[in-house]
Structures are given as structure tokens and as C-alpha cells.
Write a protein of this length. Structure first.
Length: 438
């Protein structure tokens, strides 16, 4: 029998769920409950140390609670914080960074600057990867609900840029006759769309299990702002969205974007930060911390070279290390496109970076994936000991874990959180570390 209890919200968890306490101090994770709110909940699971529940009735409501803008917010699961005001989101993210640095990195009273937020925290994502569903023979686009293959569809997504929403609205009617791989008997899995916010260019990619064949009549000119349409083949049963094999159906297989006075060519599989406006603020903070003028810089996890090229405008020499061949190809093309000659890019595992570059750089820049930096790479950093490290992180917990190791020879000068993903629990942080000479 379901148990009903009263709880008070005390915090927000990593996945956006409310963390609540009972009168006796028992912890319960309750989706959509905010700190300071009291509620009657249904206790759905009860373990020795914590339970899981759902709200039956809010007894007191936080002043920071707001109505979600998206009509399918509570079904979709793509965002986690639309029920929390933007002011509340920024406060929580800044606190999250401070707590991680204190608790996990063991840094006493870390210097954390105020978080850099957005003036308008909606319609910002420049890339969308939408699953294609089907209902009564009609294709629909959206996202899977959490841990299912049920598609929640919508007419537009309020965190994706309007260019992407408009492109999807134009493209889906052209796909009539095709069928969903997930909810039909067809081959169409996903549509990945990205845009150049500053150039107003759109590139769309159809992800299918089999080639469309000669009957393809898709037309880029019928999709607002589209410069190209690509077919990507993914025959696997894994959750990975994009496959390896691609073919350009019309137009060109890349778009162009402008950022920090530089031009970038971005292909369908290239990594590029998802929020153009906030990315510029992030890169400006990297430049502020790196002080690149006249310095030799090593950039690990360099992607398509966006940070490397921004640094190279002032630096003496920049070397970018990236394991993804396509990204390195794009990085070299972007260097040539911008006429930048004092930068080199190598296709390498970052663990082999110091075999290639044995001379310590003046500044080491690292922008790893969410899992953070491998221990063997951190060990090499501690051997090489560059004077300055600028660490760009998208996960406060793995950042703190890595800083706990690096603080053997480095001190944290400053950390600046940047809200690159409003309405979600994700936060970027740019950290400045300086070598401690004993």
C-alpha cells in the first residue's frame, strides 16, 4: 500500500529532483519539489538510507516556483528546471560549483565569481537531435521520455533556437512516405539540426538505418535557412544517434558560424558549444585567465579548434590535441579559413599529448568531456607543471575530483560558473590554476 508522508524540500539533486527531509531526518527524492517547500507526497520506494516519492499536494510553495513555459515539460524530461525561476536556477548552479569545490576538491572557501547568466534564457540551443516518432501514419518529432522509447512530440521546443524549430517544421512534411524506426516499420531514426546563430545558416542531417535511395526528392530550398541536407546511416541498436557513414543529399555538408571575430566551418558531427551567446562569454573568460599574449599554449581536447584559434590571435604559438579525426580536419580548415598560421593540430589521444609536446607550455588549457580528465593525463600534467592551467568544465563534480589531484602542485586562483544550458541542471565552469613553487 502506498504510504503518504509530509516532507520539506532542502535542496535540488544532480538530475533536478527535489531533495526532501521528513521530520525524523529521512531523505526522500521528490521530482519538482523546490527547497523551502513543504508537501504531502506518496512514498513510492523506501530504502535504508533514502526513498523516492511524488508530490500529492504542495502545502507551501516557494517564491521561486514558476509555471513551465513548455506545454510538455513534465512529460518530456529534456529539461529539469523549468519550474524554477531563472534567478533560482542561477543561485542553485553557483551554489553547486561552490559545494563541489569545497566538499569534493577539499578547497577551503574557494574563490568563485558570480555566475554569468543569460538575459533571455530561452531559444538558445544551436543544435537539436530529435527522435522521429509516428502516430496513425503521420511523422512527429520530439524526444524520448526518460528511460523509454515513447516519443513526446511538440510543435516547437523553447530551449532550441527558433532557426531549428522553423527548419524542423519545414522538413517534416517533406519526409511523408518515410516511416519511423521506433514507432513504425520504417528506417527513419532521428533528425539532427544545427544552426549558425550569427550567420543564419542551417544544416540538417537525417539519421536512417538504410540509404534513402534514388527516390529521394528532398529539397534544401524548402527548408528555411538550410545550406545543406545530409544523410547519416546508423544500423546499430545502440543509443548512439549518429553513425559513421554520411552522404550529402543537397547543398553542402557544413555550415559556417562567426564567433569572437573568427569564422568556423561546422560539419554534422563536429563538436561546437550548444549556446552561441554564452560560448562567447566563456571564451572571453578563457582569454582573460590565459593572458595569451606572447605565450606558448597547449590546448587539450581542442575539438574543431574554437578555443585554440581564439588564443592564437594573441599567443606566440598554440598546439591543439584532439582524438576525433573529423574535428581535427575541421580545426585545420578553420585555421586556414581565418589565416592563422601560429597554430598546429594533432590527432592524438590526450594521454599521448606530452610525448608529442615535451616542452612545457606557458599555459595549459583543458576542456574535457563530462567524465573529466584521466588520471594518467593528470599525472603527466603534474610532471610537466606548466605555470598556468585554465580548466573548462561541464561537470562540477568531475572538475572537483580532478582539482583534488592537481592541488598537489597548483592553487585555485578563481572559478567562474557560466550558464550555458538554462532550464537544465548543467553548468560550465572556467577555472584558473597557478603553479605553487615551493
Amino acid at each position: 500500500m502506498m504510504k503518504e508522508i509530509e516532507v520539506i524540500g532542502v535542496d535540488i539533486g544532480q538530475e533536478g529532483e527535489g531533495i526532501a527531509k521528513t521530520d525524523s531526518g529521512y531523505t526522500v527524492f521528490v521530482p519538482y519539489l523546490l527547497p523551502g517547500e513543504s508537501a504531502y507526497i506518496a512514498l513510492l520506494e523506501q530504502g535504508a538510507h533514502f526513498g523516492k516519492g511524488e508530490i500529492l499536494e504542495l502545502k507551501t510553495e516557494s517564491k521561486l516556483r514558476q509555471k513551465a513555459l513548455c506545454p510538455v515539460y513534465y512529460e518530456c524530461g529534456g529539461c529539469q528546471l523549468q519550474h524554477l525561476s531563472y534567478q533560482g536556477q542561477l543561485q542553485w548552479k553557483e551554489k553547486k560549483v561552490k559545494d563541489s569545490l569545497t566538499r569534493l576538491a577539499g578547497i577551503n572557501a574557494p574563490q568563485v565569481s558570480p555566475i554569468i547568466g543569460m538575459e533571455t534564457p530561452w531559444y538558445y540551443r544551436n543544435r537539436g537531435q530529435f527522435v522521429i516518432g509516428e502516430e496513425n501514419g503521420t511523422l512527429r518529432w520530439g524526444f524520448f521520455t526518460s528511460k523509454t522509447h515513447k516519443v513526446v512530440s511538440f510543435k516547437e521546443c523553447p530551449i532550441h533556437h527558433r532557426y531549428l524549430n522553423e527548419a524542423m517544421q519545414d522538413l517534416i512534411p517533406q519526409l511523408s512516405g518515410l516511416h519511423s524506426f521506433f514507432e513504425g516499420d520504417g528506417t527513419l531514426r532521428h533528425v539532427s539540426v544545427r544552426c549558425g546563430v550569427n550567420t543564419e545558416e542551417v544544416l540538417a542531417t537525417l539519421v536512417t538505418t538504410e540509404p534513402l535511395g534514388q527516390s529521394n526528392t528532398l529539397d534544401c530550398s524548402k527548408i528555411k535557412r538550410a545550406v545543406g541536407l545530409v544523410e547519416n546511416i546508423n544500423k546499430t541498436k545502440s543509443s548512439k544517434i549518429l553513425g559513421e557513414k554520411e552522404k550529402t543529399l543537397c547543398g553542402r555538408p557544413y555550415l559556417e558560424e562567426k564567433l569572437m571575430g573568427l569564422r568556423y566551418l561546422i560539419s554534422s558531427q563536429s563538436f561546437f558549444q550548444n549556446n552561441t551567446e554564452q560560448t562567447e562569454k566563456l571564451y572571453q573568460k578563457v582569454l582573460q585567465y590565459a593572458k595569451p599574449k606572447g605565450k606558448r599554449i597547449l590546448d587539450l581536447y581542442s575539438g574543431i579548434g574554437s578555443i585554440s584559434l581564439a588564443l592564437a590571435k594573441e599567443a606566440l604559438d598554440v598546439v591543439g590535441i584532439e582524438i576525433v579525426k573529423a574535428a581535427v580536419r575541421d580545426a585545420k580548415a578553420n585555421a586556414k579559413l581565418n589565416g592563422i598560421e601560429n597554430v598546429r593540430f594533432h590527432t592524438l589521444d590526450v594521454a599521448d599529448a606530452f610525448k608529442q609536446e615535451k616542452t612545457p607550455p606557458d599555459v595549459l588549457v583543458m576542456d574535457p568531456p563530462r567524465k573529466g580528465i584521466e588520471k594518467r593525463v593528470l599525472a603527466d600534467v603534474l610532471k610537466l607543471t606548466p605555470q598556468t592551467i585554465v580548466y573548462v568544465s561541464c561537470n562540477p563534480d568531475t572538475l572537483a575530483r580532478d582539482l583534488r589531484i592537481l592541488k598537489e602542485k597548483y592553487e585555485l586562483i578563481e572559478a567562474t560558473p557560466i550558464d550555458v544550458f538554462p532550464q537544465t541542471t548543467h553548468v560550465e565552469t572556467v577555472v584558473l590554476l597557478s603553479r605553487v613553487d615551493k
